[in-house]
Design a binder for this molecule. Sequence first.
Ligand code: ZN
Ligand code: ZN
Length: 265
Amino acid sequence: MANNPWQRRIARADELAARYATAAELLRLYAAIARFQADFYHELATQPQKLAPNSNPFATPLGREVASAFRRFLPVVEQHAPAKLREAARALAARDDDSHLQLLSAFWQANETLASETDAFFVRAYLQPYVAALRERANLRYSGPTAFVCPFCQRKPGLGVLRPLGEGSQRSLICSFCLAEWEFRRILCPACGEEDPAKLAVYTAEELRHVRVEACDSCKCYIKTVDLTKSGLGEPVVDEIASVALDLWAQTQGYSKLQVNLLRL
Ligand SMILES: [Zn+2]
Ligand SMILES: [Zn+2]
């Protein structure tokens, strides 16, 4: 169990929800979503015929069998989300299967901006285990030039992570959709490519000191990075959500987030 990343994220979300009142509601919603994701992932792993063909899965429309669990996902959000999302979940549940498949396919074929923000939230969270399973099967080992978008699914990174390496640390980025992780230079803005250290600022707060805002004064974008050299117990995706106070702060400073996280923050 402990080696399954979905289970680790659920456990971490439960733990941080108990510790940080400010993010507790968000983390409980995340944990509920992650429980669904863990089950869906397991289902896909044990029925590989549900996965798309090997070559370029993003060029292939989504099959009905991939969309079929969407109806099971909507009540999860309805039970745990704040009022607005709850209503959206109910409205989506009232739509027919064809319209669900259309919505999922539009996101899948990278028309992310076509769907409304709220629709994108449902679709990203639902398809995440599916795209992660495809990525794992592809066994991607990326070693090309510095990638500003995910080498597997071409989405923007959602967060950064610093992992211990020798005496120091190595930075990598984590995909906002398929959760791929790829190496990325420490002093380089993942939004615009700025390399001047004087324009790249790092901020931390008292609470959750191992999470930092990495902001760029050239493009006014920021991304949050979870420093695992300071907290080996962190689960990057979850700790990124828990540090919502840093997002609010960064936004008051005039920075915009490169890519909203799973919970649209
Ligand atoms: Zn990806
Ligand atoms: Zn920049």
